[in-house]
Design a protein around this ligand. Structure first.
Ligand code: T5A
Length: 209
């Protein structure tokens, strides 16, 4: 079976961690080989870049530096983790991928979407996710959940308006590519959100297998 590539996206506190665990057990029950990974990260070097990106620091990080670090980590992740797994015929589930770059660096930081798409072509060629689950919820609610869990990292320390732009960019992308995106209302209770994920996967697998 040809490997398929699924990504999970959403703003802060959307419930990605719980949904990832659920999706992993969903695939395991069906005996479909699934590799779960994340961005930024997914290889030792890419995880080091993640640390550089998330760590709060006194030096201002230039938006282009951030963008290039994100794609540097992605190039490593693709070469050593994602592409080999897909070639082996495994399915890959990534906690965030390039839609996050369009949302955070494009929407949040205001970088040119055109430049992001040039880097996307350079690093990924024609590879795009087969399915993207977008967990969508009001910014205020997501930040309150994230705050209740842990101290804010460098991204989470941004202003409210930044996350509104992130959310808007995600929603725009989902409207532009309705075939690939499935938007799940993540403002509901966790069991309801997980049920939403299950419904999407059931329907998608039924169509695709
Ligand atoms: N980034 C990433 C970029 O800027 N550009 C890029 O290209 C990429 C790939 C790290 C950061 O990197 C940035 C974006 C990010 O800021 P990350 O680790 O995925 O990426 O970042 P986070 O969104 O911070 O990941 P989290 O693990 O914090 O978010 P989750 O997984 O969505 O949140 P989760 O599941 O841990 O939930 C948070 C809390 O809320 C509760 C949970 O129990 C938990 O305590 N919760 C709920 N409570 C009630 N009802 C629900 N429905 C709930 N859902 C979750």
């Amino acid at each position: 079976m040809k490997g398929r590539f699924i990504t999970l996206e959403g703003g802060e506190g959307a419930g990605k961690s719980t949904c990832l665990e659920f999706i992993a057990s969903y695939f395991s029950r069906r005996q479909l080989p699934l590799l779960v990974t994340r961005e930024p990260g997914g290889t030792p070097l890419a995880e080091e870049i993640r640390h550089l990106l998330l760590q709060k620091r006194n030096e201002q990080v230039a938006p282009d530096t951030e963008l290039l670090l994100v794609f540097a980590a992605r190039a490593q992740h693709l070469e050593h983790t994602i592409l080999p797994a897909l070639r082996r015929g495994e399915w890959v589930l990534s906690d965030r991928f390039t839609d996050a770059t369009y949302a955070y660096q494009g929407g949040g930081r205001g970088l040119s979407m055109q430049r992001i798409s040039e880097l996307e072509r350079m690093v990924q060629g024609t590879l795009r996710p087969d399915l993207t689950l977008l967990l969508d919820l009001p910014v205020e609610q997501g930040l309150a959940r994230a705050d209740a869990r842990a101290e804010r990292d460098r991204f989470e320390s941004e202003q409210h308006a930044f996350f509104e732009r992130v959310r808007a960019a995600y929603r725009e992308r989902s409207l532009a590519e309705p075939e690939r995106f499935r938007v799940i209302d993540a403002s509901r209770t966790l069991p309801e959100v997980v049920q939403g994920v299950q419904t999407v996967l059931d329907e998608w697998l039924e169509q695709g297998l």
